[in-house]
Every structure is written in structure tokens, then in C-alpha cells.
Design a protein around this ligand. Structure first.
Ligand SMILES: Cc1ncc(COP(=O)(O)O)c(C=O)c1O
Length: 397
């Protein structure tokens, strides 16, 4: 391996949300004795080519207003998405936006009215709901179904059909792959979702931020690639931030093939004064997409090995804990309900006793109570320490 992901890099005191501000969220915990495995960034350095590109630009010393995104940005996005997923994008579909949550926020404002329904599929990345609520839209929940036997989550299509048929519901925010449990939606699922939305006047935002992080045996399908009609009813959100650890550079590539929708979206960006790009963000995305393939291959191998290690450890040592094996992402959804503890006790077990800062399951929707989302994008030594702390906490029950 040319990238050494096993190396521990001290991030304490580097203005990292994950390492420096969890005490605000988890009173009583501090960086000295707690392992942060919550926020979805990695504890790894970005690819060297990204670092070099940023350093080179930084050395210039003038950081004035940039012109709008150029050909190199579009080319990098188009090549990457084609190489990774086989989807041929047109240059004019690509809109650079400062981050994906801001893009979703902007799309909600541009394409729905106050009081209208926006469908999400909990348990799901909780900023979706926060964004809907802050914009005074109505959150409509199409709950995923948990199959205990397979440990898989499935879409409740009967319920989704009912929800898309309600005339007040205008938008679905799809998470593919799905955060928190790393589910890669199949082509069959996506076709069904696409058809249901298309036939009932519901627009889809397909958040594909985790689509680089697909494990062996699975394949990511962009919803917009399936069918031109669906592409015209779809906004797809990509970013290099999860895979290459660039979240602090706040840059995303939003794909909108439908010209009318794109105009409304870009107009809203201007209203929100968000039309400008970050010079380092676009540069980093380009360097990552142009040169990051080997890094990504090695990252996936490392993270998958972390997942396998943890599953094996849990089977042998963590009584009552089930790790839902992710098909994608470094985010790992763990079911603690087999411990027999209440949901509140489970939160206390992980946070206060094991001293691991995680995203609590209930943040993703009430169905997530009793679960926790761990971030495994860390050196193995950190993971081993965390699992050891979890074992001690469980053994003491
Ligand atoms: C599904 C999903 N969408 C969006 C984001 C955040 O994107 P951004 O930082 O570009 O707003 C995350 C971060 O964890 C995520 O998991």
C-alpha cells in the first residue's frame, strides 16, 4: 500500500468538529479519555496530489474572487462519474455548490413551497429532516423495513406509493448509498422509486455523496442514469468530500439535466448568495477525481478490513451487539438491542461507560433507538481500542 491508513494522526486541537467539539454534544466526555467515532469524516490524510495542489495554490498568496467553475472542474466530474459508474454527464448539467446539505436546502427552497411534503426514508441522515423543517416544509416519512434475519433494510414500496400519491408531497430525498446503514440500493429498487416519483409528480434529490465508497460485491447505480425520463425528474448530488476527506472545503457537484429545474436551482443559489465557489474546494475535488483512484482502492480495502475485524470481534466478545455489515460507506450501524438494555441505557453504555462518541441511533429517526452509528474510517489501533472499551463496558453489565 502506498497510503498508510494505519498511521495515527493526532487531530486534537486542529479545530476538528469530530475531535475538538464533542464535549458540547456529550457533556462529561473530553478528548483525553474518549474516542470520537461520530461525524462522517476520516482520520486519514487526503491523497498527496490533493495536498500538493492546495499547497501550490496557497503559495501564490492571492486569494481574490475566483471566476466561476471552469472546464477542468466539469471534466474532472464527468470523467470520474463515467469511470466509476458508467454515467455520461453533459457539461451543462453540472452546478458547483458549497456542500451537499446546502444544495439540498437550496433545492427545497427553489422547488417546493412552504407546507408541502418532502419524503425521506428513516432511519436516515438527520440533516435531511432538519433542512425540511427549517424551511417550513412538512417531513413525510417512508420508513425503511428492517429484516432481522438478513440484517438488511428494505424500502416499503406500498407505503412509498401511498406517500407519492398524496398531491401535497412534492419531493423525495433519496440517500444512495443509504446513511446510516450503508445500503446500496439495487437497480430494481431504483427503477421502482424513479417510476413512482415520475408518475406522481414527485421530484427526486438523489444524494450520492457516498457512492465512491462501495465494497466488493456491490455496485452503485446512479438513479439519473437509468432512464432519460427519470434523469429529467432528478437532481443528483456528488462530492469528493467523504472519500477523500475534504469536507472542510465545502464543495459539491450537483447534476441537474432538466433545464427548467436547473434554472430554478441556480436562481435560488443567487438569491442565497451561494453562486460563488471556493478556490481550494474546486481544486481539491479536481485533484481527487483526477488522481485519487489508487487512494480510493486502498482506502476501501482498509475500511472493509476494519469492518470485518469488528464483526469478528463483536461475534466473539460483544454479547447482544449486532453489526449490520455495510455494503458501502465507512459508517457502521450497530444494533445493541440484543443486550436487553433500554434505548436510553444503550446510549449510556456506549457514550458514558465505553466512552465512545457515536451518532446515536435515535438521531436518525425514532426507529433508530437502540442502535448507534460508528465511523470506522480510522486506524485499526483506534478501532481496537474502541471495541476493547465497548467489551469492558458490556462485561461490567
Ligand atoms: C448522506 C449525506 N449527505 C450529505 C452529507 C454532508 O454533505 P456536505 O458536507 O457536503 O454538506 C453527509 C455527511 O455525512 C451525508 O452522509
Amino acid at each position: 500500500m502506498s497510503n498508510d491508513f494505519s498511521k495515527y494522526i493526532n487531530r486534537i486541537g486542529t479545530d476538528s468538529v469530530k475531535w475538538d467539539s464533542f464535549a458540547e454534544r456529550y457533556p462529561g466526555l473530553d478528548s483525553k479519555d474518549c474516542i470520537p467515532m461520530w461525524v462522517a469524516d476520516t482520520d486519514f490524510r487526503a491523497p498527496q496530489e490533493v495536498i500538493d495542489a492546495i499547497v501550490e495554490k496557497a503559495k501564490f498568496g492571492i486569494y481574490g474572487y475566483p471566476k466561476s467553475k471552469g472546464d477542468t472542474f466539469d471534466k474532472a466530474v464527468m470523467n470520474w462519474i463515467y469511470k466509476r459508474h458508467g454515467w455520461k454527464l453533459s457539461k451543462e448539467w453540472i452546478v458547483a455548490t458549497p456542500g451537499i446539505v446546502p444544495a439540498i436546502n437550496n433545492a427545497i427552497q427553489a422547488l417546493t413551497q412552504e407546507g408541502e411534503g418532502v419524503i425521506i426514508q428513516p432511519p436516515v441522515y438527520y440533516p435531511f429532516k432538519q433542512t425540511i423543517t427549517k424551511n417550513k416544509r412538512r417531513t413525510v416519512e417512508n420508513l425503511l423495513i428492517y429484516d432481522h434475519k438478513s440484517g438488511n433494510y428494505e424500502i416499503d414500496f406500498d407505503d412509498l406509493e401511498r406517500k407519492v400519491k398524496e398531491p401535497n408531497n412534492k419531493l423525495l430525498i433519496l440517500c444512495n448509498p443509504h446513511n446510516p446503514m450503508g445500503r446500496v440500493w439495487s437497480e430494481t429498487d431504483l427503477r421502482k422509486i424513479g417510476e413512482l416519483c415520475l408518475n406522481n409528480g414527485v421530484l427526486v434529490i438523489s444524494d450520492e455523496i457516498h457512492s465512491d465508497l462501495i465494497f466488493k460485491g456491490y455496485k452503485h447505480t446512479p438513479l439519473g442514469m437509468l432512464d432519460e425520463r427519470m434523469n429529467q425528474n432528478n437532481i443528483t448530488a456528488y462530492a469528493a468530500s467523504k472519500s477523500f476527506n475534504l469536507a472542510g472545503l465545502q464543495t459539491s457537484a450537483i447534476i441537474i439535466a432538466n433545464e427548467e429545474i436547473r434554472k430554478k436551482y441556480t436562481n435560488q443559489l443567487e438569491i442565497n448568495c451561494m453562486g460563488s465557489i471556493n478556490i481550494f474546494g474546486t481544486l481539491a475535488l479536481e485533484a481527487a477525481y483526477n488522481h485519487g483512484e489508487q487512494y480510493l482502492t486502498e482506502l476501501l480495502e482498509y475500511v472493509e478490513a476494519n469492518v470485518d475485524y469488528a464483526i469478528d470481534f463483536a461475534e466473539k466478545n460483544l454479547k447482544g451487539v449486532r453489526i449490520i455489515k455495510p455494503q458501502a460507506t465507512y459508517l457502521v450501524w450497530m444494533d445493541f438491542r440484543g443486550t436487553g438494555l433500554s434505548a436510553d441505557e444503550i446510549d449510556g453504555l456506549v457514550i458514558e461507560r465505553a466512552k465512545i462518541a457515536v451518532d446515536l441511533g435515535r438521531w436518525f429517526g425514532k426507529e433508530g433507538a437502540g442502535f448507534a452509528r460508528f465511523n470506522f474510517a480510522c486506524p485499526r489501533s483506534i478501532l481496537e481500542k474502541a471495541l476493547g472499551q465497548l467489551k469492558s463496558a458490556i462485561d461490567k453489565l
